[in-house]
Design a protein around this ligand. Sequence first.
Ligand code: NAP
Ligand code: GDD
Length: 325
Amino acid sequence: MAQKRALITGITGQDGSYLAEFLLEKGYKVFGITRRTSTPNYERIKHIQDKIELIPGDLLDQQSLTSAVIISDPDEIYNLAAQSFVATSWSQPVLTGEFTALGVTRMLEAVRQVKPNAKFYQASSSEMFGKVHETPQKENTPFHPRSPYGVAKVYGHWITINYRESYNLFAVSGILFNHESPRRGLEFVTRKISYGVAKIHLKEADHIVLGNLDAKRDWGFSGDYVGAIWMMLQQKEPDDYVIATGENHSVAEFAQEAFNVVGIKNWSKYVKTSKELYRPAEVDFLIGDASKAKKVLSWQPKVSFKDLVKMMVEADIKLLKKNSK
Ligand code: NAP
Ligand code: GDD
């Protein structure tokens, strides 16, 4: 059988790096789109860089996306690239719309024009549920986004379904709840906490400043979630799936568990809060129902909340020790 070919946008990001590893292990030829930066930004993929092919491109530039599809001639396309930080979407709402919403249409146009029989995955988000209309949230729960990012993701979700219905593309959308790892960006709350706790443990800092400690999220492990993404493209019929653990915890609980890893029980002594880190409109409570993915894709998460927190704190302690040498 011919070697399968995959094109990943957002390959330098958290999920892109795990997905590239996953596909290489399955024997794929992996291509990734990267945008031009003055300093290369390949930290998460440097260990596999000699095994993958990087193609320059940007979600803002139709021509570069179309060329990337021509060059890679993919069987499967994973559209993971986005302006993915919710807080930034209020300070850069137009850019967020260009990347996270219209960027999806640009990718879909490239697929439609160049390789309409390729399978297409869109990275949709639980942030689309926002001010939740039911609990737990599933595939047909109404959307009520609470940020320019969430609104852009709703557009990306529906344009994917629209291209499926208009042009008969195999285009699917995965509604993924929060997923984390030691490769998470430092601005997201879980990594901010794991990195902060590691610094406090190594006596490089004495506190962390956070925003809303009461928000609750359904946190899973990114390495588990890329398997579900791949499974969605292996089905006979295109369809959309919620991917989640079905368990949620508050930011405070995450912090408590992270301090627990380094033996600190009176964790609140080390956490300050700032109103400046509160969001103009908050998503208070997310918890997903992934029973469809369990039934159809035979997917379920492997890493527990406790193990995820431990993995992240221990990785940051190791990283800081290495950097101080
Ligand atoms: P991430 O770490 O922030 O990675 C985002 C990727 O998008 C990076 O590779 C980034 O490239 C790339 N990118 C951004 N703007 C681009 C542009 N204009 N042109 C080309 N590439 C661009 O995000 P992630 O956590 O891996 O998430 C992957 C996707 O899943 C995103 O679409 C996110 O919105 C969605 N999602 C994530 C979660 C989650 O909990 N992680 C949950 C639901 C949905 P640079 O390295 O150059 O910045
Ligand atoms: N980032 C951050 N920093 N968030 C904080 C902080 C802080 O100091 N303090 C409290 N929070 C709260 C936020 O207000 C939010 O309620 C929660 O922690 C999680 O914030 P993030 O980690 O930034 O993630 P997110 O839930 O907004 O978005 C992530 O998950 C989405 C899926 O639901 C991102 O990965 C999105 O790209 C993804 O779509």
